[in-house]
Unconditional design. Sequence first.
Length: 389
Amino acid sequence: MKYDFDEIISREGTNCYKHEYLMDICGRTDVLPMWVADMEFRTPDFVLETIQKRLAQGILGYTCPSKEYYEAICRWNSEQYGLEITREMINYIPGVVSGIYMAMLAFTEKRDRILIMEPVYHPFRLVPQANDREVVMSSLRRGKDNFEIDFEVFERDIKGCKMMVLCNPHNPGGVCWTADELRRIAEICDREGVIVVCDEIHCDMLFGGRKHVPFASVSEAARRISITLQAPTKTFNLPGIVAAHAIVLDADLRSKMFGYIHGSDMDLGNLLAFDCVKACYSEVGQEWKSQMLEYVQGNIDLLCERLAAECPQVVPIRPQASFLVFLDCRAMGLSQDDLIRFFADKAHIAMNSGSMFGPSGEGYMRLNVACPRSMMVQAIDQIVSASNM
């Protein structure tokens, strides 16, 4: 089957977050919405058919996860990543960010230190800060092609922390951390008594034949200290269906984490979520994913090639994973506020400001390229035109 990723689907009048909040981030609405990390592709037909089948039954009652739900998650992790898990290691959670929140409350107290490696997905900072934890912002360094871990800085900053929130693959940089890097993080955190909460929501979207390396798989230390958070929602474009899960391999850690989730009554679940996970983590899901990634890779290639030739002051960091591209705009010589205004008022594109991801994101903007090719071409045309004004 060949899926149509060129299809234009109107989202007007659907309370789409990407459209409804344009005024808040841009101060105007006549812009291409390329900021929030959902796709402009139709949600796969097998997901929509799964939902329709469930609705046709006629009762939206309390629903528990089925045996097939757990089997789908176990099989997907085994086949895709070589991570062998069992049913008791899995627990439904109401979103990956909610999973971070629950782990934080289960394992830390007010004023405890939680480390993040910035620039990174902003809820990593916002959730602990909103709950009276001290966030340690350990800066990544800008390497030749992407951001890199400065382990000297990391080892200094991790001391005294109770928890680390790790993004693997990294958002917004699109870095796939290597097994050696993850093993070193695990060794240091284990030595310092730090629990690692690993957000792996982008793990299904790797380019160039790369294979995702689950943090929990790299060593015995990593297995012992990690809580892994996954969801099919980014890959298969169903973020409006809250369908995430936590995976905890260590029995003691699992008892405390899952005990907190059960005790908070936060894992009752969503009857549509259970069925959608089964549909995504399947042979047809693999086929759709492969075709989607090939299409998105084409968007990334086009963006990188055209900007290099026509707008060299805007340098895309070519992502190793996901459909988010961090644009290095430092050569433009603009303040962050002026950069935001340039893309909103001159290029007429809504993007995420790099500064929202941390101090190291100053001078960058994040662009969502999971869109029809015509929209990608329009965005590039508008950037090039604005830069030549």
